[in-house]
Write a protein that binds this ligand. Structure first.
Ligand code: GAP
Length: 455
């Protein structure tokens, strides 16, 4: 059995320390969440898995980490100032605001009144003041997507790392959107993280690369425990396409609240690099705006066959939200099982590389120093050889400890009992999360055995 509802997951996430409402002691900030001790580990492991597949396993992708504060001209030229908006409608009776495209009828979804305002566009970008002078012009945007920091660094990466086309630049980081109606827990929030790749290709090869990246991403989701059977591919219609896109394939997932976008894979053509190049800036910017030499650089490459005709590369962009990945991976892993003894358990069947805690070690009794000391020794030994958290449990109620670790997805539990200290060869009991099978092995074999179980 899996989850009954989104509410069940929300309460689980709070109870076990995965996700909390931000500033909850002050009533909370809507659309903003904090990640707790286990949430921060799961989130990090998801990002590491993405980075590994995009950057470490390939020769054709470099990483960057660009600033969150974004100069306004960047987002003027990228088209965000003019077009990054959602349609908004107000209820004249209860004064609540809604996204017009989310309204199911011409009634207010909150109070049922029919007196709604005309729909108008609401820009989603958040601004902040920069520098000591507070005036109309002294502001920067909090980036609404990580992508622009890649485009504005295109020439820097080209000049410093000398990649040959086709090549990509990857980035993971925060993005901010003043969503009109943040909702469904961490699905639609105002502060979130994106894992974005901009893959630069020769014009004419873009359709083939687009297909390649959709397939590549489906494989990656499968490796994170989200099988193809849980995903739906949707080709955006011309009306839905973002201003920069020629074609976008959305990867949809059956979230607990419904079928919605998990990731988008867009063909952004040469729109962004073209817009940031000088000719385009001249078209888009008013004559009063000053730009320096560097920012006016043409973002073009020389063809590999030494054809003197340079071109602006096309861009394929797989873009996934970390929070949505977190929600999909948790929903997929969350399992309720009836056990042979008539009891039941919740087990988070996370892939081991995503598990917040890799191994939990516990002494059978917490008041027996010999057991506690050996447990501490085992933990220290494993911390040297295992990448990720190894937890020392206080000991005592072993059944309770197993249940808790099943629920938070710990793949392996180790128990130190009297046999561990009494026999000539120190041995411990290993318990597998999914099968619940227990085996006894010598302490000396722990690092190799556990590495195998986690791989
Ligand atoms: N650079 C392209 C881009 O930003 P997008 O479809 O607007 O495209 C990409 O966003 C991904 O970012 C989405 O598929 C989703 O996973 C995530 N995302 C977007 N808005 C979000 C929000 N308000 N809260 C959480 N995740 C969001």
């Amino acid at each position: 059995m899996s989850l009954d509802s989104l509410e069940e997951l929300v309460s689980f996430c709070k109870r076990r320390g995965f996700v909390y409402q931000s500033a909850s002691i002050y009533g909370g900030l809507q659309g903003v969440y904090d990640f707790g001790p286990l949430g921060v580990e799961l989130k990090k492991n998801i990002k590491d898995a993405w980075w590994k597949s995009m950057v470490y396993m390939r020769d054709d992708i470099e990483g960057v980490d660009a600033a969150l504060l974004t100069q306004k001209h960047v987002l003027k030229n990228s088209g965000h100032e003019d077009t990054f908006s959602d349609p908004m409608t107000d209820c004249k009776v209860c004064k609540k605001r809604f996204r017009t495209d989310h309204l199911e009828s011409d009634k207010c979804p909150s109070c049922g009144a029919t007196e709604l305002t005309e729909s108008r566009e609401f820009n989603l970008m958040l601004k902040t003041n920069v520098g000591p002078v507070v005036d109309e012009d002294a502001f920067a945007y909090l980036r609404p997507e990580t992508a622009q920091g890649i485009f504005t660094n295109f020439k820097n990466v080209l000049d410093s790392a000398s990649p040959k086309i086709p090549f990509g630049i990857a980035q993971i980081g925060k993005a901010f959107r003043n969503e009109i109606t943040p909702k469904n827990f961490i699905f639609r929030v105002r502060e979130f993280e994106q894992m974005e790749l901009e893959f630069f290709v020769e014009p004419g090869t873009d359709d083939t690369w687009h297909e390649y990246w959709v397939e590549n991403r489906l494989k990656w989701w499968e490796d994170q425990g989200v099988p193809r059977s849980s995903l739906v591919l949707e080709h955006q219609t011309a009306d839905d396409l973002a201003h920069y896109s020629k074609a976008t394939v959305d990867i949809l997932y059956h979230f607990p609240h419904g079928l919605e976008e998990l990731e988008g894979v867009a063909n952004r053509t040469d729109y962004d690099l073209g817009s940031h190049s000088k000719e385009q800036q001249d078209l888009h910017l008013s004559a009063t705006v000053k730009t320096n030499e560097e920012s006016c650089a043409k973002l073009i490459v020389q063809p590999q066959n030494n054809d003197p005709k340079k071109y602006v590369p096309f861009v394929i962009e797989p873009s996934a939200g970390v929070e949505r990945a977190f929600l999909a991976i948790l929903s997929e892993a969350y399992t309720k099982e009836n056990l042979a003894d008539g009891k039941s358990r919740v087990v988070l069947k996370l892939k081991p590389h995503l598990a917040p805690i890799k191994v939990a070690v516990t002494p059978l009794a917490k008041n027996k120093p010999e057991l506690v000391n050996l447990a501490k020794e085992v933990v220290q030994k494993l911390r040297q050889s295992i990448s990720g958290r190894v937890a020392l449990e206080a000991g005592g109620n072993i059944g309770k400890m197993y249940r808790k670790n099943d629920e938070i997805g710990t793949p392996v539990c180790i128990t130190i009992d009297f046999e561990s200290i009494e026999s000539d060869v120190q041995t411990v009991t290993l318990r597998d999360r999914d099968t619940m099978e227990q085996t006894r092995i010598p302490v000396s074999e722990l690092p190799q055995t556990i590495a195998k179980m986690l791989s």
